[in-house]
Design a protein around this ligand. Structure first.
Ligand SMILES: NC(=O)c1ccc[n+]([C@@H]2O[C@H](COP(=O)([O-])OP(=O)(O)OC[C@H]3O[C@@H](n4cnc5c(N)ncnc54)[C@H](O)[C@@H]3O)[C@@H](O)[C@H]2O)c1
Length: 248
């Protein structure tokens, strides 16, 4: 029960990695607020988390909407009394070579995968600073470090998340709030549903581990970063459960 009675809010909780982190938090004793654009995806996650006997709330929200995001976070604090852990897991993946990339596709990616992280941090941080404690965990990607073909927008957004994490970590650590990122490699989730068999096989052959990860192999990193004393000394770090693809 490493997170017993902590209050955690996880965005993207209807999807693969976010749902697994929310469930791991519930299993560790945290009460969880599950946030996602896809309301129907939240119901089974809510049921699985509730099996651990913790309080669970599911909220449908578009994390690119500043007012809605602020209302969600303020509402969670009003209902649960505090906010100990924020995980920014919401994201999407689209693909296009630069020569075919419409500016609208770029804008959408920056909005969903980067600006949303700023917004959730912006509206959660005041509560954490007032408490004098908190943990913020941003889900980036190893592609923010190494870059990916046909993914200039995604790579830029995730590199932005890493930069934001480091800058915010410096600002917040003296105030008691620890900010870190997780940069997974390829993980079996609906996000990778569209990849071809050829791409999958080629990618797997490149990985020192020779296989993609599972969400259950990523979630424990988020538990570690949220925990005490195990997470106490991580400040502005980018942890990489990535099958060995990137070794910074
Ligand atoms: N799967 C991978 O290989 C992989 C690798 C590295 C990083 N990531 C990152 O992990 C995070 C989770 O990805 P996943 O693989 O679990 O994907 P996923 O598609 O299973 O989950 C993403 C979730 O985010 C939600 N979402 C999307 N836009 C939203 C919005 N505007 N507001 C609220 N919710 C929104 C979706 O509804 C979905 O439930 C993402 O940030 C992704 O970039 C994934």
């Amino acid at each position: 029960m490493m997170l017993k009675d902590k209050i955690a809010l996880v965005t993207g909780a209807g999807g693969g990695i976010g749902a697994a982190i929310a469930e791991a938090y519930a299993q560790a004793g945290a009460h969880v607020v599950l946030a996602d654009l896809n309301e129907s995806a939240l119901a089974p996650v809510r049921d699985r988390c509730a099996e651990y006997g913790v309080r669970v709330q599911a909220v449908s929200v578009d994390v690119t909407d500043s007012d809605a995001t602020k209302a969600m976070i303020d509402g969670a604090v009003a209902d649960f009394g505090r906010l100990d852990i924020l995980v920014n897991g919401a994201g999407l993946l689209t693909e296009a070579p630069l020569l075919e990339m419409e500016p609208a596709l770029w804008d959408q990616m920056i909005s969903v995968d980067l600006t949303s992280v700023f917004l959730c941090c912006r509206w959660a941080a005041p509560h954490m600073v007032a408490q004098g404690s908190g943990r913020i965990i941003n889900v980036a990607s190893q592609l923010g470090i190494k870059g990916g073909e046909s993914l200039v927008h995604y790579s830029a957004a995730k590199a932005g998340v890493i930069g934001l994490t480091k800058a915010l970590a410096r600002e917040m650590a003296p105030l008691g709030v620890l900010v870190n990122a997780i940069a997974p490699g390829p993980v079996e989730t609906p996000l990778l549903a569209g990849i071809t068999k050829e791409w999958r096989e080629a990618k797997q052959a490149e990985l020192p581990l020779r296989r993609f990860g599972t969400v259950d192999e990523v979630a424990p990193t988020a538990v570690l970063l949220a925990s005490e004393p195990g997470g106490n000394l991580y400040v502005g770090q980018v942890l990489g459960p990535n099958s060995g693809d990137v070794m910074p």
